[in-house]
Design a protein around this ligand. Structure first.
Ligand SMILES: [Zn+2]
Length: 438
């Protein structure tokens, strides 16, 4: 009897016909109460990403994230170089001290800067071995490299890696123009290095000086996201990189995010975590129906963030997709836009973090007043959150005012549920939001 009385007081008669208290407010999981999020990310900054894919993205009004190799852009202050003692000293030392765990990273870091053609391939392959946890094999490879260097088996010259070579053709002026159109630009380091095999000074040079060029050219808002090349998740790299970039596509630090990387074939299943990052790389080998199925999965769940990774476009860059494929795929995503929030990698990260660190307070005395705040760095975490507030059943329209800005909204009523509500965007850490019914 007591329970029944309580049910009457709160207005709940059955589970399906439950009156939420007017004023009850929640932050929706995704912007605009969408069912899922999609970030379209591009690696390496090859020219057709800007000449072909970016205008296509604009035609669909999709903001995207471009991870760029800063050393290749004219006007950048920092370019690839070896930070350390003279390379001749290192070469000389390799004749008497075999490569070991203590000198591996210095020798690998110097390999691209010996003024020879060929050593870079050894460094790239050895870096891939370190990423795979095969440090002993990497040591053997670097030892073999320096014995060939000492025996003059390489021709003199300057060598660059394929990603760096493909990354030319755009300028900072153009990038500023694209950024003003809503796209995010983020670091893919100075030279597209194998970070896991670099020593501390050279790894920090790639991480921090790439950030510095982006800061000087584009401003602080673009120093938020980063991607260590080859999707490295090497622990040593992550420990440095997370101190430089708040959001890394390689891996995120939050306990409330389940991550499915590109190499993991799992689909987003059930989880007790708030969010799933579902990372998928679209390459020439990926069938279009599979690419579409990733989008369907995201639209049909409520906690999934599809992070697409694309490289080449129309023959330029690694595993290039054609503009016809991109057009078909973007049109498919556009068709599901009522369910999907398409936003940059940085903005989805900001939204999730703001929501996870936000507080909502409500007072209800005729009008409803909502205050929204979060505890994060306000300069870095500055995007609006979407609120869902239940309102009295007799409100036919609702005026929502925050600061000088007023929106007039129609209440939403879900069949079988008696409490109407409204959905609106609000800025955290600003003046209170006032809801008035008419
Ligand atoms: Zn890359």
């Amino acid at each position: 009897m007591k329970n029944l009385l309580l049910l009457f007081i709160t207005g709940c008669f059955t589970v399906n016909l439950c009156y939420a208290q007017p004023g009850k407010t929640e932050i929706t999981r995704w912007q605009d109460d969408k069912k899922g999020a999609v970030s379209i990310t591009w690696d390496d900054g090859s020219i057709n990403q800007f000449k072909v894919a970016l205008p296509l993205l604009n035609s669909f009004k999709f903001p995207a994230t471009f991870f760029i190799i800063t050393g290749q852009i004219p006007g950048s202050k920092y370019h690839g170089k070896f930070i350390g003692r003279p390379v001749q000293d290192i070469i000389k030392e390799t004749a008497t001290i075999p490569t070991n765990k203590n000198n591996l990273f210095e020798r690998a870091s110097a390999a691209s800067y010996l003024g020879l053609i060929g050593p870079m391939d050894y460094y790239y392959n050895a870096g891939s071995l370190v990423d795979a946890g095969k440090t002993d094999e990497a040591i053997k490879l670097i030892d073999e490299l320096y014995s060939k260097v000492r025996n003059n088996q390489f021709k003199p010259g300057i060598q660059h890696n394929p990603e760096y070579i493909d990354a030319h053709g755009t300028t900072w002026d153009e990038i500023r123009k694209y950024a003003a159109q809503g796209h995010e630009f983020a670091s893919h380091m100075i030279t597209h290095p194998r970070l896991a095999i670099l020593d501390e000074p050279n790894m920090l040079y790639e991480l921090t000086k790439s950030r510095e060029d982006i800061l000087n050219q584009l401003g602080a808002g673009y120093t938020f996201s980063g991607e260590g090349p080859f999707g490295t998740e090497n622990e040593r790299v992550m420990s440095y990189a997370h101190k430089v970039y708040p959001a890394l596509r390689n891996r995120m630090p939050e306990p409330w995010l389940k991550e499915i990387t590109r190499s993991n074939k799992d689909n987003p299943g059930n989880t007790d975590k708030q969010y799933i990052q579902f990372q998928r790389g679209a390459t020439t080998k990926t069938p279009m129906p599979m690419m579409k199925a990733w989008v369907d999965t995201t639209a049909n769940k409520n906690n999934t963030w599809l992070v697409l990774t694309i490289h080449g476009v129309d023959g330029i860059g690694w595993e290039a997709l054609s503009h016809q494929q991109l057009n078909e795929y973007f049109a498919y995503i556009k068709n599901l836009e009522s369910k999907l929030w398409v936003a940059t990698f940085g903005d989805v990260t900001r939204y999730m973090r703001e929501r996870q660190n936000a507080k909502v307070k409500v007072t209800n005395n005729g009008s409803i007043t909502v205050t929204l705040s979060h505890t994060l760095n306000k300069a870095m975490y500055n995007i609006p959150l979407t609120l869902k507030t239940y309102i009295p059943a007799n409100w036919k329209t609702v005026k929502v005012t925050q600061g000088g800005f007023t929106q007039t909204l129609k209440p939403i009523t879900v069949l079988g549920k008696a409490s109407p509500y409204i959905i609106y965007r609000a800025k955290p850490n600003k003046t209170a939001i006032v809801l008035k019914g008419v």
